[in-house]
Design a protein around this ligand. Sequence first.
Ligand code: ARG
Length: 600
Amino acid sequence: MVYAARLLRNVAFQSNYMRIHVESGRQTAVRRRTGGVRRRPGAVRRQCSAEASVTEHTILGTLRGMVESSVRERFPDYDKPIDVAECANTSLGDFQSSSAMQIFSALAKAGETSFRSPRDVADEIVAGISEREMFDSITIAGPGFINFRLSDNYIRSELFRETKSAELGPTIKRHVLVDFSSPNIAKEMHVGHLRSTIIGDTLCNVFEFCGYTTTRVNHVGDWGTQFGMLIQFMKENGISPDSSVSDLQACYKQAKQKFDVDDDFKAKSKDMVVKLQSYDPETAHMWRQICSASRAEFQTIYDRLKIRIVEKGESFYNDMIPSVLDELQSKRLIVEDAGALCIFTESDDTPVICRKSDGGFNYASTDLAAVRHRIMSEKADKIIYVTDQGQHKHFKAIFKTANEAGWGDAQVALEHVGFGVVLDEAEERCFKFLEEKGTNLTTDEIKHASKVLGVSSVKYADLQNNRLTNYTFSFDRMLDLKGNTAMYLQYSHARVATILQKSSFAGRPDQFSISHEEERLLAIQIIKFQDALLTTLQDLAPSKLCEYLYTLCSTFNNFYAECKVIGGDNEESRIYLCERTLYTMKLTFSLLGIEPLERL
Ligand code: ARG
């Protein structure tokens, strides 16, 4: 039974993705407002957390605050969360609240009969909203929905405000450490690592943009008993440690086979582990060479995807392990079971082994030392792990132990998909597609565009998926010009950029006015940018940002179909709207780590 737990990290990757979030006590003390906080009219000051202070910059947060203060004043006994959401049918309103119905049924349950229907409750809530300049109208519909339509003045002022202040600005300096990518030395990076790389990088971008300090850690698997086996095998067969990762991986496979059947080899491999762990110069040298060969190959992938990450592999924590395990043992958080040191999470779970019965350290011992170091020495307020679902139980055990030890906080996210050669094929297909479709681009420009399109398609397909769902990358879907694809986004971006290139003058904010419903909807979508950032960080889901960008593009395309820009009515105002669109598109592209194309 115990042995099964040891195999945990090798179990087949499950297709879905999960996370665990444990807030540390220390965080509360670290949280600090550092000024620069803008507040919309009526924004309710919330608890002091970084996410909440970003709420004050969002439309939804402001609106919720207004409804909330009216409800708290008029229905002081009602303490449930207030519902405000985007309105699916924009002819009814831009935002909608269904709280009146919920409050009415709570009143009815409590035997309170002074309101005859949810609509009466809605009336009461509306009456309690004093600041009205944000709205064109507040109406009550159906059984008691409250619909809010934003006023042109409000939209204008938000649109201008964003022109001046491009960023959310630092709200609270908090340090987020994101452990992502983390492939293993002498093994090829698999799709799970690639997906982790892409999601981790985007999360870091968004955190940084919102004023967090981030540390991007590549927790590469560069330590462990497998290196003893590998080095022994390479020495016996005269294989250079300076080999490609795929050769190293093949060696590893053969070494493993030999290890399982050949007792002499097994014994020698174990001696080799001891040598490595005592930093025997020759063995350590070979190990370093193996590491740098793998590292160079990983780097080519990071370069291609334009990923920034700093390596701090498993070996970094090796010397810290014994004292960490001692500490945990003395706190009775890890216990001996059949000779191994184990973490027990739930009674029916198999324990997670953190020191093998032969005394060797493993993946879990390293992660215990790492999480302690990250909290205590690197002073991370939040730690996010982006890995595959198969490691759920492992992290659950690590976090539980870290919390009980009084260290703090961590967060996990996991996944798996088919990748690697996908990049090359994506590029090739995009090249063919552009050639056949016919463009004004030169061959060199097509080459460049297909390179960018290939990478963006693969990245976007990954980011756009809800973390909880599995996905299969489809080349056919990638080239879909109408769907939620990078191709569609790139075409939309290039369209806006081209319009602005063609325009002979710049937009004039002072001429900005709303004369068409599509203009209004586009402006609203632009000012919802910060709402999108907030949900992305709250859910740790880049898919939310993708959804935002996709809607921005389609709203723009609707606008463009209805409203002539160059030479049309209202030209300077529309050009200004295009400039704001382009700016917001570029910003979102850059957060997603995707290079936008100016021409297509
Ligand atoms: N190297 C591990 C793997 O390939 C991922 C490491 C994730 N990070 C961590 N701190 N355990 O599965």
